[in-house]
Design a protein around this ligand. Structure first.
Ligand code: PHB
Length: 390
């Protein structure tokens, strides 16, 4: 009898040592996304990219199964907060991830701190977010990263007078302020600063004011998914033919919708971290696999934030040997470097924010489709707003 128990115990130990996942609970990731509401295109892209990554890399890491619990916050930050609370308290998730807009990422931050649960920001782009909790790491971008680069490009390319037009919330303010500071320091002039509401914006009145100011360029930031509405009103007002160059961070020409925005977008110059036509082998494979999963739909930059976000979770778990202690996971993420479909990236060990290349791109027709064609690269860009605080 005793011998049989001993043999049984030995067998169990051997199985566990061999990495048998049977004894362990799954690692739970609460993925909170806007699957409906104004930013639904962001939710759709990130959800797809996470599923793609898991198809390609399997659903077991360091002997532990990964379970994704997807929740739709409908682009409402109060929902994000309630869902994060429920996921942490009831589902006992080991990570919260996603966050389609800045107010959602901010709403969850105190909960991440209190529960010591890593919050992986895959979409939102306001600088301040990563400062709101030591448990936040970001795989998306900051608006300032792109806005200062397009300011440099504009100043060097004969643009002197600019009107800015941004979505009236935190990332819009970051985009506008970081552009203006850099552009005016280089001798440029911002002659008018226009804003539109985040929800259901009507661009017509502001576009009229922009046209009346007769600037050399219109700098525009609208969040992912809104570029289509913007482009329609932009060409209806004839701004594409008024000799005003369209510039900005690349959110407005999101690959997810760019090809349907019409030829009035051709010649638009933006700075951004991802183009579906980024010329790397890894990106070609990523685009092909994403299209296969999504009925031919092209991945946009939000998809890449999601793909890298789940990669960060996998790699952190590998480093901790499957342990889910929040402090150990965040420590594992700091300084991590890898190749993304966007190019080389890393997590800044000081700020937990992303360091990445920013590419200057021009909308062109390639093989009958509109693409953001990269023509210049600024390597390893840190968030300029946080860098300036140092
Ligand atoms: C944000 O809310 O932080 C946000 C959303 C979409 C973008 C950029 C920023 O394209």
């Amino acid at each position: 009898m005793m011998k049989r128990i001993l043999v049984g115990l030995l067998a169990a130990t051997a199985m566990a040592a061999a990495g048998g996942a049977w004894a362990e609970e799954p690692v739970k990731v609460g993925l909170i996304l806007p699957m409906t509401g104004g930013q639904a295109s962001t939710g759709k892209q990130i959800d797809a990219a996470v599923r793609l990554y898991m198809q390609q890399h399997g659903d077991t890491v360091a002997g532990r199964k990964i379970e994704i619990i997807l929740k739709d916050d409908a682009t409402v930050p109060d929902n994000t907060k309630r869902l994060a609370q429920e996921l942490i308290v009831n589902d006992k998730v080991n990570f919260i991830a996603g966050f389609g807009i800045t107010p959602s990422a901010l709403a969850a931050a105190p909960l991440a701190t209190e529960a010591k649960v890593p919050e992986i920001v895959m979409a939102a782009g306001t600088s301040i977010i990563t400062e709101r909790s030591p448990y936040i790491a970001r795989t998306s971008f900051t608006l300032a990263q792109s806005s200062v680069i397009i300011a440099d490009w504009a100043a060097k390319n004969g643009i002197k007078k600019v009107v800015t037009l941004v979505s009236d919330y935190a990332p819009g303010a970051d985009a506008q302020n970081s552009f203006k500071e850099r552009f005016t320091a280089a001798g440029g002039q911002v002659v008018e600063e226009l804003k539109v509401p985040l929800a259901s914006p009507d661009f017509s009145p502001v576009l009229q004011r922009a046209a009346d100011a007769k600037p050399d360029a219109l700098f525009v930031f609208v969040p992912a998914g809104q570029g289509g509405t913007f482009a329609k009103q932009y060409s209806e007002r004839g701004l594409d033919k008024a000799g005003i160059k369209l510039i900005g961070p690349g959110d407005v020409t999101d690959d997810d919708i760019l090809n349907n925005m019409g030829d009035s977008m051709i010649g638009t110059v933006t700075a951004h971290f991802y183009s579906a036509t980024h010329p790397s082998a890894m990106n070609k494979d990523f685009v092909a696999a994403y299209k296969k999963l999504m009925n031919g739909q092209r991945p946009g930059f939000m998809a890449v934030g999601g793909y890298d976000g789940i990669h960060l979770i996998y790699e952190a778990l590998k480093k901790t040997g499957g342990k889910t202690d929040g402090d150990a996971l965040i420590a594992a993420m700091k300084g991590m470097k890898w190749e993304s479909p966007r190019g080389p990236i890393s997590i800044d060990p000081d700020t937990r924010d992303i360091i990445q290349n920013i590419y200057v791109r021009r909308v062109e027709k390639v093989g009958g489709e509109l693409y953001n064609v990269e023509f210049a690269t600024v390597e390893a860009v840190k968030d300029p707003i946080k860098a300036a605080k140092k």
